[in-house]
Write a protein that binds this ligand. Structure first.
Ligand code: HEM
Length: 209
């Protein structure tokens, strides 16, 4: 097998892994927001799992991109990785991958600066994580060699079904919240603020140890 063929397989394999990992990251993000407790884990375990899997997804994304850039069979430059729709190769489908990457980088940078920029800004930017998922999904479907393969089709359908279900639960939760009385909302907001403060203190304690 040639080096180019190995890189091509690596790019396709890591693309599929990224799709699965980012889907799980979105599901866990929603679970964290809804303060859901996963079986066998304490409540903060969901937060830790969300964070750890986000970093794993980023590592696989770095491999996915590196394989695409290093593979000399296709002409994808470092600029094409960061600037959407600038590539000579599959500009639309590759451009969507780039948009997803840029959104994820914005989420990553603001997460690293979370204690400095404040929770409000951090949360506003964190919404981009939701947006990056369908953009990356369409990128994969549009550009992927394996998009038509039965296994990839089932993998994609499973990821979409899981994400739509979780998103539906999230929207239903937000709708229920908006119907609650001001007093009940204040009570929840106070509890939420206390929880976020505790989470921030844990993050700071972790950073200083
Ligand atoms: C969150 C971001 C991304 C995700 C989740 C993702 C995921 C995927 C998936 C699922 C595939 C389809 C694999 C297949 O069916 O063969 C794919 C293909 C591909 N991706 Fe990405 N991708 C992302 C970002 C990027 C970026 C930024 C680049 C830019 C270099 C890129 C380059 C490629 C290329 C060249 C292919 C085609 C592989 C082939 O020939 O089959 N991806 N990606």
């Amino acid at each position: 097998m040639t080096d180019s063929a190995i890189l091509w397989y690596a790019n396709r394999a890591t693309g599929a892994i990224c799709l699965v990992l980012f889907t799980i990251v979105v599901l866990l993000g929603i679970a964290v927001r809804l303060r859901a407790r996963l079986p066998g884990l304490p409540r903060f375990g969901t937060v830790t799992l969300h964070r750890t899997l986000s970093l794993s997804a980023l590592a696989f994304l770095a491999l996915h991109i590196t394989a695409a850039v290093v593979d000399s069979y296709v002409n994808i430059t470092v600029v094409d990785v960061l600037v959407p729709f600038a590539s000579a190769y599959e500009p639309l489908w590759l451009g969507l991958g780039t948009v997803a990457l840029d959104l994820i980088l914005a989420v990553l940078v603001t997460s690293l600066l979370r204690t400095r920029i404040g929770l409000r800004t951090w949360r506003a930017v964190h919404w981009l994580a939701y947006a990056s998922w369908p953009v990356a999904l369409i990128h994969g479907i549009g550009i992927g060699t394996d998009s038509g393969a039965t296994w990839m089709l089932w993998l994609t359908i499973s990821c979409v079904a899981a994400a739509l279900t979780a998103f539906g639960i999230r929207v239903a939760h937000a709708t229920r919240e908006s119907r609650r009385t001001p007093a009940a909302l204040l009570h929840t907001a106070e509890g939420r603020t206390a929880e976020l403060r505790a989470a921030e203190l844990r993050t700071r304690a972790g950073a200083s140890s």
